[in-house]
Design a protein around this ligand. Structure first.
Ligand SMILES: [Ca+2]
Length: 129
């Protein structure tokens, strides 16, 4: 009798094992985590002020004193003192920063943001003190 029971147990185990791992596995699990996430570097164009709705800047210009933009769509950042900034061609987003700045958008559709100080705007399609 004991032999028969032992034989039955062995046969049941053999049947279970022969059914393969899918019969015993709980299923394929993909752990929650970073699936679907995308990461990318933040560029200067991502940091332009929301008020600059005149396009995506393709060039960053920083300076102080008297300086100019380029022939590209510039994001231009003035310094902390008095600046005279000329955006030149294309659609620029010009930020004067601190100081009493003179901001000239020149050609294109330019957004000029003066910042702190009393600023003068020339040929800016949008001027924000
Ligand atoms: Ca300035």
């Amino acid at each position: 009798m004991i032999r028969r029971t032992a034989l039955t147990v062995i046969l049941v185990l053999a049947a279970l094992l022969s059914s393969g791992p899918t019969g015993l596995a709980a299923g394929n699990m993909v752990p929650s985590g970073k699936a679907g996430r995308v990461s990318r570097a933040i560029g200067f164009a991502d940091l332009k002020p929301a008020a600059c709705t005149n396009g995506t800047p393709t060039n960053l210009v920083t300076g102080s004193g008297v300086f100019n933009g380029t022939t590209q769509n510039d994001l231009i950042l003035g310094g902390t003192a008095i600046d005279t900034i000329d955006g030149r061609q294309q659609n620029d987003c010009i930020l004067g920063g601190d100081g009493d700045d003179v901001i000239d958008g020149f050609n294109g559709t330019d957004v000029c943001i003066g910042g702190p100080g009393t600023d003068v705007f020339v040929r800016c399609e949008t001027s924000i003190q």
